[in-house]
Every structure is written in C-alpha cells, then in structure tokens.
Design a protein. Structure first.
Length: 314
C-alpha cells in the first residue's frame, strides 16, 4: 500500500527502473509512462517540474520529494497539498556543484576564455596573471552548496565571503547577512549566486546590484557566476553590463527561461560561459537511495531530513 509515484520527466523509464531496484518491495509508477485513474495507496511522490494538480489527486499522500536541491518547481503548484516536502541533499550533488563553481572561478582567474580566443587565432601571447589571494569571491547563498564551494575556494587561496539570510560563523570566511548586502558587494570581485528562487530573490542579480560590486580587483571589473536559479537574474541587465564593461565576464548555468533561446544575445559574448543547467545534476541512484532512507525513517516514526519551509520558499 505504500506506493511511490514518480513524475520526474527526463529519462523517466530508466529512472523508474533504478527506483524499482532500490524499492524492490514497492509498487513504483512513473507518471510519464502510466497514468492510473486511482491513486489510492500512493504515499509518496518524487518529482521534478511535475504536472500541477497531480499531488492533490493523491488521497493518501504523505511526503513530496524533490528530485533536486531546489524546490521552486514544487512550490509553484497552486494546488500543492499541505504535506512535508523533502529536498535532495547529498554529497554527490554538493561535490558536483563545488566542482562547477571552482572551475568557473578558475576559468576567469586564469583568463581561459581569452586564451581560447588566442588559440583560435594561432596567437602566442602571455597575459598578466593575478594570484588567487588577490581576489575576493563573494557567495550569495551560504547553504549546503554555498558553504562547500566557499571551503574549496578558500583552500585554493581566494579570499572568501558569504551572504545569507541568517548570519553564519565559518572559519576563515567573512560572513554577512540580510541588510549587510551593500558592504558584502562593495568588497567582492567575483560574485557567485547560489540562492534559491523565492519571492525575495526574484531578479536580485540586476544592474543596480552589479554596479555595487568592487572595481578595484585585478581585472578592474567584477565577474558574475550563477548556478542558483535563472529567475534570480535579469538577463537584459547582464547583457548591457557585459556590453558597457560593468561586468568583466559571466558564467551562467541557469536562465530566466530554459532552455535558453537561440536568439539570446548571451550566446554571442566570448567572456560569457554558458552551460545547460548541469552544474549539479542529481545522480538518480544516489537520489533513489536517499528517498529510500527517508521513507524508512518516516515509516519508523523518525523525523524526515532536509525539510523545506514553504513560507520561506526553500
Ligand atoms: P540551501 O537551502 O541549503 O541554502 C540556501 C541559501 O540561500 C541559505 O544560505 C539561505 O540563507 C540563503 N537565502 C535564501 N533566501 C535568501 C534571502 N532572501 N536573502 C539572503 N539569503 C537567502 O540550498 P542549497 O545550498 O542546497 O541550494 C541552493 C540552490 O542552488 C537551490 O535552491 C537551487 O536553486 C540551486 N541548485 C542549482 C543546481 C544546478 O545544477 N544549477 C543544482 C542544485 C541546486 P539561510 O542560510 O539564512 O537560510
Ligand atoms: C536542483 C537543480 O535544484 O538541479 O537540484 O537545479
């Protein structure tokens, strides 16, 4: 009776097979492949960008699991029943994200895009090379992913600071919160976005914010890197800030609309690194084991982990 419904879109069949192996004793239904009329007995749904209204049709629903760390896609369902929502937190996802962030920060530090351009023109020319310790990386969103990226960047020698809703105390990392945003920005050379998308973060990365970043760093203009959510950034502002030099460069893994339209001017900048929302894709085997562990906890009367606060929106 404690069945599991999956509405996880891509590669639904293969993914459902993996869930079937991990939950050998349960009925697993993938909504993309089969749409039962009667959803009685389904206590759990695992979803990504699910069909709105589907959880509301599950009379026995007890827990909603997000396929990813972000839950904006779950909370946007206007008919979402009032049941606990668990997001995906796992070392596999956290490592992937910090790898992507470190890669992007180093790409900008080592001016890799300029070397790529030179290579395409068979040009042999060394550029002036600042050291990591000369730059301040500021991370907006110091949760699970932000803190791990901060630790790795610190190890590489960067000066690291972070901004979050609540104040943190982290060894060797300067921590800012809430209203201290301007002070945080004014000393930041490379800005990293790892915020969830909520009503408070919509459009937060805009021209006004970019203009508050430091211009005193080795490149005399700041770099913006975003792997949080695209709806937190204003792409027309990013484009104009790249054009007029307010931004030295960007790395974006997330976009206001995904996939990014071929007509977007962002594609045309040699100092813009664009990736297709893959910075930290969830590993399905790790997700299935994680959901299994949470289901076991729930059925043993223990507290679920990594619960979402629907009021806060993350
Ligand atoms: P967490 O919930 O652990 O951290 C979120 C952080 O953002 C917290 O530090 C929180 O502050 C801060 N925050 C939220 N709202 C505000 C606000 N209004 N003002 C200031 N700070 C705020 O999330 P994760 O670190 O696990 O993930 C972060 C986001 O990364 C996800 O929500 C998702 O959107 C994105 N993501 C993107 C992926 C990709 O492949 N591109 C993959 C995985 C996640 P506080 O600590 O005070 O609560
Ligand atoms: C996530 C994502 O939220 O992949 O996990 O974006």
């Amino acid at each position: 009776m404690n069945h599991l419904l999956l509405d996880i879109k891509y590669e639904a069949y293969a993914r459902a097979k993996i869930f079937g192996e991990v939950f050998a004793d349960r009925k697993i239904v993938s909504w993309s492949d089969e749409k039962p009329e009667n959803l009685e007995g389904f206590k759990y749904i695992v979803c990504w960008d699910h069909e709105h209204g589907l959880p509301a049709k599950m009379p026995d629903l007890e827990v909603v699991f997000s396929l990813g760390a972000g839950v904006d896609h779950v909370l946007s369902d206007p008919q979402l029943p009032d049941v606990p929502i668990v997001r995906f937190v796992d070392p596999s996802l956290t490592s992937r994200m910090s790898e992507w962030i470190v890669l992007q920060v180093l790409m900008h530090l080592r001016q890799q895009r300029r070397y790529d351009l030179q290579q395409s023109r068979c040009r042999w020319q060394e550029l002036q090379q600042p050291e990591a310790r000369e730059l301040v990386v500021g991370i907006m969103g110091m949760g699970v992913l932000g803190q791990e990226a901060a630790r790795k960047l610190k190890t590489l020698g960067f000066q690291v600071r972070g901004w979050s809703r609540s104040k943190k105390q982290l060894d060797g990392i300067e921590c800012f919160s809430g209203a201290e945003l301007d002070g945080f920005l004014s000393g930041t050379d490379i800005l990293v976005g790892l915020l969830p998308h909520t009503k408070h973060t919509t459009g937060i990365f805009n021209r006004g914010l970019f203009e508050k970043l430091s211009r005193l760093g080795p490149f005399q203009a700041p770099v913006f890197i975003n792997a949080g959510r695209g709806k937190s950034q204003v792409e027309t502002d990013i484009v104009s800030c790249l054009e007029d030099g307010t931004l030295h460069g960007v790395s974006l893994d997330v976009f206001e609309e995904e996939p990014l339209a071929a007509s977007s001017p962002l594609w045309g900048f040699s100092n813009a690194v664009l990736t297709p929302h893959m910075a930290a894709t969830s590993d399905i085997r790790a997700l299935a084991s994680y959901v299994h562990e949470q289901v076991m906890r729930h059925e043993a009367g223990k507290e679920l982990q990594n619960l979402v606060d629907p009021e806060a929106g993350y």
